[in-house]
Design a protein around this ligand. Structure first.
Ligand SMILES: Cc1cc2nc3c(=O)[nH]c(=O)nc-3n(C[C@H](O)[C@H](O)[C@H](O)COP(=O)(O)O)c2cc1C
Length: 207
């Protein structure tokens, strides 16, 4: 699959087939994804692939996080969309595997009076780790797409991060994303992309 195709045709999948992912395929997707760039090549990220009983425990924690997102969704979307999203939270669309992406825990104090440099000095570690983990996550999403797998990058479960970390027995890391992964059982339309996001400066011709 062409990179352009994978980028443009990847969709957030919220309904999955009841089909297991061959372990080799999952392993290859995750190992290939690790070739993402990372700040000073620290590769400061961790991926957990979870299925079975632990996944069922995680689902309960994720389901409980939906209520924190609901009020925001209600200001943005119609009732049907809100209800669909909420029902996705109950079982993550039946995905056979849940991926969790973590970075090392690094919580620092920042305040509005700080200059940009002071702020960056203070939160540099977390900032760079978050961006690096995001590159890793996008790799997972695109590689999964190229193998016929669907995914949904999720941050709303962070509302219940304490519960998720307890289930996972994790104390020294910060949760970046929860990603259900499996074979898609839906083909959702592409939400339109907004224009006017790119400015060409110093180009001779209007592009
Ligand atoms: C940082 C980030 C957080 C997201 N969190 C959630 C989430 O918590 N729940 C969810 O259903 N989708 C979540 N999404 C998916 C977006 O809703 C989705 O990417 C967007 O609507 C565009 O649709 P597409 O991915 O099909 O192109 C998230 C996406 C990103 C990049």
């Amino acid at each position: 699959m062409e990179i352009r195709e994978a980028v443009r045709q990847r969709r957030s999948i919220r309904k999955y087939k009841d089909t297991e992912i061959p372990e080799q395929v999952l392993k290859e997707v995750l190992e290939d994804a690790l070739w993402a760039p990372s700040g000073v090549n620290r590769q400061n990220w961790f991926i957990y692939a979870v299925r079975g009983e632990k996944k069922d425990e995680l689902l309960k924690a994720v389901a409980g996080s939906g209520k924190y997102l609901k009020p925001r969704l209600e200001t943005l979307y119609k009732k049907e969309v809100v209800n669909l999203t909420m029902s996705f939270f109950t079982n993550l669309g039946g995905a056979p595997v849940i991926l969790l992406v973590y970075i090392p825990k690094n919580i620092v104090e920042i305040h509005p009076a700080m200059s940009n440099r002071e702020r960056y000095l203070a939160e540099h570690e977390r900032f760079v780790n978050l961006l690096s983990a995001s590159a890793l996550i996008q790799n997972i999403l695109l590689l999964a797409k190229s193998r016929g797998l669907g995914t949904c990058w999720m941050t709303a479960p962070k509302y219940n991060e304490d519960q998720i970390n307890e289930i996972m027995g994790i104390t020294d890391k910060e949760l970046v994303a929860v990603i259900p992964i499996g074979y898609p059982d839906q083909n959702p339309p592409a939400p339109p992309r907004k224009g006017e996001k790119i400015r060409f400066i110093g180009f001779n011709q209007p592009v």
